[in-house]
Design a protein around this ligand. Structure first.
Ligand SMILES: Nc1nc2c(c(=O)[nH]1)N[C@H]1C(S)=C(S)[C@@H](COP(=O)(O)O)O[C@H]1N2
Ligand SMILES: [Mo]
Length: 402
């Protein structure tokens, strides 16, 4: 991070944003003509491939982009600033020819067009999506996989049709246990663990979660049609669960009478759960409680002896963040941070903490930890049974007091 001047108590200055130190949030990712709810036949050329000012490129092909967390300012992350996680090339799909099928253990096989979906009663949910591998860069020794730091996470509003309504229309047969969601994107995973040739991205949900009112078959993100990178024309959004459950470019919903053991439920996005004393490979599901510090940034210079506004975001899965605490003495003691605004189910909460750095210049470490209503808090070490997923151990931000 470059050296910046700070107005005490103000955190990141507007000037820093305007001068281009930090990417502005206002650049629209999609044209405003798209904001109307009217059914759209095909994506206009203007939709194209997005540009993502200031995002960190973790991988170019397939596209993987991270939000530089210190630039976080708004509780809703705009569409062109939202992290992108993709396993294959981003498919180009025309809404006019797109169809969603609901098949398997159903009484009525459904084929739904984009226009039809957009005419069904809709619902908007604000939800935080976090990649299950977010924070992986923190693991030592260095691990395989994309090395996300803090910003493989974002929060947006999602509008679409509740999945439960589609399941209702299809008529789920009594023997069903899981619903499998398949994306249009496909390819071959050529690194270990290899896939059996070309496969589609797919994940499943147990029937009980699939029927929850918050789970959406979504076509709008922050009020705009989904950008191609985020699943145009339609994606699943599974609030409370890690991002891999929210299948993008959704094309097929399969109601299944047996649990699904596909690639992204076993070889990837799975962890060792101890059951009956036996480590059992289990799909990653609900997000774990976590607080991240946005400002100060790592190695930011902070003026000695003057109050500084430490702030960040905190989130959890199906529970609610009830407490965030900050430690300035390497976890020796913890002081309460202020939670800003009321909790919104499935959405992160912003928090702040006024810190007066010591008068003595030097390096100091800030830590934040969150606790949720279920009583879960963050661990100090990563449980190896989680492999390289669900990294919610307490982070540390070293700053330079001068
Ligand atoms: N079809 C499809 N859906 C997908 C993925 C993918 O590669 N293909 N990646 C998943 C993962 S691992 C995450 S974290 C989220 C990321 O969503 P975003 O790119 O909109 O942030 O999408 C999920 N849905
Ligand atoms: Mo992910």
């Amino acid at each position: 991070m470059e050296k910046t001047t700070h107005t005490p108590g103000q955190g990141l200055s507007r000037r820093a944003v305007l001068s281009g130190l930090v990417p502005a949030l206002a650049v629209a990712g999609t044209s405003s003509a798209w904001a109307s709810a009217a059914p759209v036949a095909s994506p206009p050329a203007a939709l194209g491939r997005g540009t993502f000012p200031g995002l960190i490129t973790r991988e170019k092909e397939p596209l993987n982009l991270e939000l530089p967390f210190p630039t976080l300012e708004d509780r809703l992350v705009s569409n062109n600033r939202f992290y992108v996680r993709s396993h294959f090339h981003i498919p180009t799909i025309a809404a006019a020819s797109w169809q969603l099928s609901v098949e398997g253990e159903v009484r009525n096989l459904l084929k739904i067009s984009y226009d039809e979906l957009r005419k069904m009663p809709s619902k908007t949910v604000t939800a935080t999506l976090e990649c299950a591998g977010n924070g992986r860069a923190r693991l030592a020794p260095k691990v395989k996989g994309l090395l996300w730091e803090q910003g493989g996470v974002g929060n947006a509003t999602w509008t679409g049709v509740p999945l439960s309504a589609l399941l209702e229309r299809a008529g789920v047969k009594p023997g069903a246990v899981e619903i499998i969601f398949e994306g249009t994107d496909q390819g071959e995973v050529t690194e270990e663990p290899k896939s059996p040739g070309a496969i589609h991205f797919a994940r499943s949900l147990p029937l009980a979660k699939a029927r929850q009112p918050e789970v959406l078959v979504a076509y709008l993100m922050n009020g705009q049609p989904l950008p191609p990178e985020h699943g145009f024309p339609v994606r699943l959004v599974v609030p409370g669960w890690y991002g891999m459950a929210s299948v993008k470019w959704l094309s097929k919903i399969m109601v299944s009478a047996v649990p699904y053991d596909g690639y992204w439920q076993t070889l990837e996005y799975a962890y060792w759960k101890r059951e009956r004393g036996l480590p059992t490979l289990t799909p990653v599901t609900e997000m774990l409680v976590k607080a991240e510090i946005a400002r100060p940034a790592l190695h930011e210079e902070v003026p000695a002896g003057q109050p500084y506004r430490v702030y960040g975001a905190a989130w959890t899965g199906e529970s609610e963040v009830t407490r965030v605490e900050v430690s300035t003495d390497n976890g020796g003691s913890w002081q309460p941070a202020q939670l800003l605004e009321a909790a919104v189910p499935f959405a992160w909460r912003f928090w702040e903490f006024s810190w007066t750095p010591p008068a003595a210049p030097g390096r100091y470490t800030l830590q934040a930890r969150a606790t949720d209503r279920a009583g879960h808090t963050q661990p100090t070490a990563h449980d190896p049974d989680r492999r390289t997923y669900m990294v919610n151990k307490i982070g540390a931000v070293e700053v330079i007091v001068s």
